[in-house]
Ligand binder design. Structure first.
Ligand code: PEP
Ligand code: MG
Length: 911
C-alpha cells in the first residue's frame, strides 16, 4: 500500500516519535520489551497532516484501521462492541511533544445499549458497565460532538444531589442507568441526533475528533508558548480498554521512577482504587501512595516495581508511567522520559552516571543552560501569593523588591539611605545609568528584550522587566498606574525578571546556593545549601559544569566594562573580556566631557577636551587589566549612537525658546547661559539624525571626530605599559566597531599601530596589541575575506547584525509588532534572543569561512546578546567560532552549553 497510516504496537519503536507521536512510540517500545501493554495500534501523524490539509480522513485509513482492529479482535477473541463480551477501545491523541491535557481522549468506545449489558454480564458488575457507558457518552459528547462539557457534569451533580450523596462511587447501577438516559437526552438535544450505537461509527468519529483537536485554540496557544511547530500533527492511539473501575481489586495510577521535583531515587506515584482514566490527575478523589498499593495488592506492586526498573534501565533516564490494574492484573498504558524540575535534572543526570547507566558526556545532554539559568537567580518564595499588577516582558532574570524610584536622584538617594529601589521608567537611555546602578531592578513601560534597559540590565545581571504596556508612568504627579491601582513613588513593588510579573508590595526572595557555588566555589556553595538534597544539587552542578569545561571547544568570555563586572566574570569562569563597551565609561558624570569633545570648535578646543579624558580612560583600563591579569580584554573603541551623548533636541529647543521668551519680556535671564544653550542647540540641530542607529556611530564617528579613537588607543597602550611596569600581565585587544569596508579598518589600524609603537618606544617596552574588528553589518560579513587582511581577529556583533539584516530597529520592534509576528508564525522566537540561523547565522558562517580563507586559524568570537543564549551557543560551536562572549551572569550557562554542544555535535564541524 502506498501510504502506511496504521502501525500495530508490535511494529514501532521509541525512536519513531515523529511518525507515531511520543505515546505511540513508547507504547510500541514497551510492547517490544514484553511489558504488558493492552493490544492496539497507532495512526500516524502523516494521516493527521493529510486530514488537516484536505479536511478529509484519508480513505485508505479506514481500510487499514479495519485490518488492524480485526487483528486485535482475533488476538483477544472478542469483537468491538459485540453484545456479548464486547471489546472496547480507547482513542487517545499523542503528538511528538507531550501537550498535557491539550487534546482529548475518548474511553470505552464500543459501548451501546446492547454491549453495555454484555459488559455487565461478563464482568459480573452492572454498576461498572453503566458507569463506563455514561463516561463514554460524556467524553464522546464533549470531544466528538462539541457539546459543552458542563451539561454532563451538571447532570451528574444534579443526580448526586437528588440522591443525597457527594461521591461518584456512591452512585448505584440504577442511578447510572438513569444518567445514561439523561446524557442521551443531552446529546439529542444538542445535536438533533441520537448517540451513535454503531461501534465502528463511534471509533471513526473519535479518530477524526482527535485529528481536529490538534487545532483547538488552547492547543495552539500551548504550542506557541512551548515553541512546538503547528504543522506536526498528532498521532492517534487506539488501545484495548482495560478497566481500573472493576471494583476494589482494580485501580489506576501514575508513577515516576525518581522524584521529578528533587531527583531522589525511590517510588513516587499516586494510585486510585476502582477508578478509570483521568480520575487520578483530575484530583476528584484523594489518591493513595504506592506504599498503600503494596499493602493492597503486593503482587501487582512487585510487578510494577520490576517494570519501573526495567524501563529506567532501558531508557536510561527517569520515566513516568501510567498504569491500570484490572482485577489484579497490571497493564501499562503509557511511559515516557519524565519531565522534571531544573534541580532534578542535574541530580538525576549525576545519579545515572553513578549508577553506570550513562556516561558523563551523556549526562551533559540531560541538562540544559536554561535549567542552569533557573538555578542561578534569586527567586520569589513560591509560598507567597502576592497581588499581580501586570505581566510584561521578562528581560533580565532575577527577583527584585524595592520602592518605586522614578529617576536617578531618587534612586541614588534611597540607595544611599540603604533602601532598595526599583527604577521605574517609561523607557531608559544612557542618562539613566546611575539610577540603574543604584536600583535593584528596572521596570519600563516600553521597549523589548534588546532595548537599552534590557541590554544594560542583563549586562549588570540585574533583574529587569520591560514593555509593561499596561503601566503608565506620570512624572508630573510622580505616580505609576496599573489599571485602577495607582502607586506613588516610594510604594513597594516586586518584579520577576524570569516571568515578567510585577507584584504589589513586598514578596520574600530566596537565595540560590547554586549561585553561591558559581561565584564563590564549591565549598561556599555546599555551605549555603540548607539540606542534603541541595548539597547533592550543588555537587551535581559542579560535576557537570566541570565536565563541560573539560570537553568544550568554545572559549567563554564576558561582556564587561567595569572592574566589578570583570571580577564577577572571572569568578564565574570567564576566560577574558570579549567586549568592553567603552561608551559606558563616558556616561553619567563624564558625559559632559564627551559632549565637549563632540561640540568642540577647532583643533585646540578639541585637544583640550580630549586631554581631560585621557587619564580617566587610562585609569579605567588599568583597573580592568589588573582584574583580568593574564587574560585577554577586548576593548571596543567608542560606539555610541551620537544622540546618546548630546542633549535631547526637543528638550533643548523648548528650554531655549522659554529662555528667549523670558528675555524678550525683559525678565531676568542669564545671557551667558542663553548664548551657550543657543550654540549647543545649533550644534545639536546640525548633528541631529533621523535614524541615529544607522548614522554617525562606531568607526564612522571615530574617523570623523578626529582624536577620539586616538585618545582611547593611547589610553589602552599606556594602561598596558603601566600594568607591565607594575609587574602585571595585561592582554589588551583593540576592537573597531561597525566596520563596513576594509578601508575603514585600514585607516584606524594605521593610526593605532603608530600610537602603540610610540607609547611602547617612549616606555621602552614591547607592546603586542592585536587589532581586530566587529562584524556587525551584512557588508562586513560579505566582504570578510578582504577585511580579514587588516584584522587580527573578528568578533561578530549579532545584535547589530540582526538589526541590519532584518532591518528591524532593535529598540522598537520587540514591543510593537513582534507579538503579532510570533502569533502568525513569521517568527518562532525573537531573532534578538536566539540567533536566526538561516539568515543572520548564514552571514556569520560566511564571515567565518571567508575570514579564515584569508587568514587560516584566525581567532573569531561573538559578542552580541546571543553569546549567552543556549540555542545560539550551539550554533556558534557548529559555526567554528573560537569563543562566545556574554554577560557575566550568563558565563556559567555558556560554559555548560559549549560543553553540551561539543558532546552533542560529536566532534568539530569546521575545524
Ligand atoms: C552587537 O551589535 O552585537 C554588539 C555587541 O554591539 P552593541 O550591542 O554594543 O551594539
Ligand atoms: Mg553593535
Amino acid at each position: 500500500m502506498a501510504d502506511k497510516f496504521v502501525y500495530r504496537f508490535s511494529e514501532g519503536n521509541k525512536d519513531q516519535k515523529d511518525l507515531l507521536g511520543g505515546k505511540g512510540a513508547n507504547l510500541a517500545e514497551m510492547a517490544r520489551l514484553g511489558i504488558p501493554v493492552p493490544p492496539g495500534f497507532t495512526i500516524t501523524t502523516d494521516a493527521c497532516r493529510e486530514y488537516l490539509a484536505t479536511g478529509e480522513v484519508p480513505p485508505v485509513l479506514r481500510v487499514q484501521v479495519t485490518t488492524a482492529l480485526r487483528e486485535v479482535e482475533e488476538q483477544l477473541g472478542r469483537e468491538l462492541g459485540a453484545a456479548t463480551d464486547p471489546l472496547l477501545v480507547s482513542v487517545r491523541s499523542g503528538a511528538k511533544f507531550s501537550m498535557p491535557g491539550m487534546m482529548e481522549t475518548v474511553l470505552n468506545i464500543g459501548l451501546n445499549d446492547a454491549s453495555v449489558e454484555g459488559l455487565a454480564a461478563v464482568s459480573g458488575n452492572e454498576r461498572f458497565a453503566w458507569d463506563s457507558y455514561r463516561r463514554l457518552i460524556q467524553m464522546f459528547g464533549k470531544t466528538v460532538l462539541d457539546i459543552d462539557g458542563e451539561a454532563f457534569s451538571d447532570a451528574l451533580e444534579a443526580k448526586k444531589a437528588q440522591r443525597g450523596i457527594t461521591a461518584d462511587v456512591d452512585l448505584t447501577a440504577e442511578d447510572l442507568r438513569a444518567l445514561v438516559d439523561i446524557y442521551k437526552g443531552i446529546v439529542r438535544g444538542a445535536t438533533g441526533k441520537d448517540f451513535p450505537q454503531d461501534p465502528r461509527a463511534q471509533l471513526d468519529a473519535a479518530i477524526e475528533a482527535v485529528f481536529r483537536s490538534w487545532n483547538t485554540e488552547r492547543a495552539r496557544i500551548y504550542r506557541r508558548r512551548e515553541r512546538i511547530p503547528h504543522d506536526l500533527g498528532t498521532a492517534v492511539n487506539v488501545c484495548t480498554m482495560v478497566f481500573g473501575n472493576m471494583g476494589d481489586t482494580s485501580g489506576t495510577g501514575v508513577c515516576f521512577t525518581r522524584d521529578p521535583s528533587t531527583g531522589t531515587s525511590g517510588v513516587y506515584g499516586d494510585y486510585l482504587v476502582n477508578a478509570q482514566g483521568e480520575d487520578v490527575v483530575a484530583g476528584i478523589r484523594n489518591t493513595l501512595s504506592l506504599a498503600d498499593l503494596e499493602r493492597l495488592d503486593a503482587d501487582s506492586y512487585k510487578e510494577l516495581r520490576a517494570v519501573m526498573r526495567r524501563l529506567e534501565t532501558h531508557y536510561r533516564d527517569l520515566c513516568d508511567i501510567e498504569f491500570t490494574i484490572e482485577r489484579g492484573k497490571l497493564w501499562l498504558l503509557q511511559t515516557r522520559v519524565g519531565k522534571r524540575t531544573a534541580a532534578a535534572a542535574f541530580r538525576v543526570a549525576c545519579q545515572l552516571v553513578d549508577e553506570h547507566l550513562i556516561t558523563m558526556d551523556e549526562a551533559l545532554g540531560r541538562v540544559s543552560g536554561e535549567q542552569l539559568t533557573n538555578l542561578l537567580f534569586p527567586q520569589f518564595d513560591s509560598a507567597a501569593s502576592p497581588q499581580l499588577l501586570t505581566r510584561a516582558m521578562p528581560a533580565s532574570p532575577g527577583a527584585a523588591v524595592g520602592e518605586i524610584v522614578l529617576d536617578n536622584e531618587r534612586a541614588e538617594a534611597r540607595a544611599a539611605a540603604g533602601v532598595t529601589g526599583v527604577l521605574v521608567r517609561r523607557e531608559t537611555n544612557p542618562d539613566d545609568l546611575p539610577g540603574m546602578v543604584a536600583a535593584v531592578g528596572v521596570l519600563t513601560a516600553r521597549g523589548g528584550k534588546t532595548s537599552h534597559a534590557a541590554v544594560v540590565a542583563r549586562g549588570m545581571g540585574k533583574c529587569c522587566v520591560v514593555g509593561a504596556e499596561a503601566m503608565h508612568v506620570d512624572m508630573e504627579s510622580r505616580t505609576v498606574r496599573f489599571g485602577d491601582v495607582v502607586l506613588k513613588e516610594g510604594d513597594v513593588i516586586a518584579i520577576d525578571g524570569t516571568t515578567g510579573e510585577v507584584f504589589l508590595g513586598e514578596v520574600p526572595v530566596v537565595d540560590s546556593p547554586v549561585m553561591t557555588y558559581i561565584s564563590k566555589g564549591l565549598e561556599a556553595g555546599l555551605e549555603a545549601a540548607a539540606d542534603e538534597d541541595t548539597r547533592e544539587l550543588v555537587t551535581a552542578v559542579h560535576r557537570l559544569l566541570s565536565h563541560a569545561d573539560k570537553v568544550r571547544r568554545l572559549e567563554v568570555r564576558a561582556n564587561a566594562d567595569t572592574p566589578t563586572d570583570s571580577r564577577r566574570a572571572r569568578n564565574r569562569g570567564a576566560a577574558g573580556i570579549g567586549l568592553c563597551r567603552t561608551e559606558h565609561m563616558f556616561l553619567g558624570e563624564r558625559r559632559p566631557l564627551v559632549e565637549a569633545v563632540i561640540l568642540a570648535e577647532g583643533q585646540e578646543e578639541r585637544e583640550r577636551s580630549l586631554a581631560a579624558l585621557l587619564p580617566l580612560q587610562q585609569g579605567d583600563f588599568e583597573e580592568m587589566f589588573e582584574v583580568m591579569d593574564g587574560l585577554p580584554v577586548t576593548v571596543r573603541l567608542i560606539d555610541p549612537p551620537l544622540h546618546e551623548f548630546l542633549p535631547d533636541l526637543t528638550e533643548l529647543s523648548v528650554k531655549v525658546a522659554l529662555q528667549r521668551d523670558k528675555a524678550a519680556r525683559g525678565e531676568g535671564v542669564d545671557e551667558a547661559e542663553l548664548a551657550r544653550n543657543e550654540k549647543l542647540l545649533l550644534a545639536v540641530q546640525r548633528m541631529h539624525e533621523a535614524n541615529p542607529m544607522l548614522g554617525l556611530r562606531g568607526v564612522r564617528l571615530g574617523l570623523t571626530l578626529e582624536g577620539l579613537f586616538a585618545l582611547q588607543i593611547r589610553a589602552v597602550a599606556q594602561a598596558a605599559v603601566a600594568r607591565l611596569q607594575a609587574g602585571g600581565d595585561p592582554r589588551p585587544e583593540i576592537m573597531v566597531p561597525l566596520i563596513g569596508s576594509v578601508r575603514e579598518l585600514q585607516l584606524v589600524r594605521a593610526e593605532a599601530e603608530k600610537i602603540v609603537a610610540d607609547v611602547a618606544a617612549a616606555a621602552r617596552v614591547e607592546l603586542n596589541i592585536p587589532i581586530g574588528c566587529m562584524i556587525e553589518l551584512p557588508r562586513a560579513a560579505l566582504t570578510a575575506e578582504r577585511i580579514a587582511e587588516e584584522a587580527d581577529f573578528f568578533s561578530f556583533g549579532t545584535n547589530d547584525l540582526t538589526q541590519t539584516t532584518w532591518g528591524f530597529s532593535r529598540d522598537d520592534v520587540e514591543s510593537t509588532f513582534f507579538p503579532q509576528y510570533v502569533e502568525n508564525g513569521v517568527l518562532g522566537v525573537s531573532p534578538f534572543e536566539t540567533i536566526d540561523s538561516l539568515g543572520v547565522g548564514k552571514l556569520v558562517t560566511m564571515g567565518v569561512e571567508a575570514g579564515r580563507s584569508a587568514k587560516p586559524g584566525m581567532k573569531m568570537g561573538v559578542c552580541g546578546e546571543h553569546g549567552g543564549d543556549p540555542e545560539s551557543v550551539e550554533f556558534f560551536h557548529r559555526a567554528g567560532l573560537t569563543y562566545v562572549s556574554c554577560s557575566p551572569f550568563r558565563v556559567p550557562v555558556a560554559r555548560l552549553e559549549a560543553g553540551r554542544a561539543a558532546v552533542m555535535a560529536g566532534g568539530d564541524a569546521t575545524a
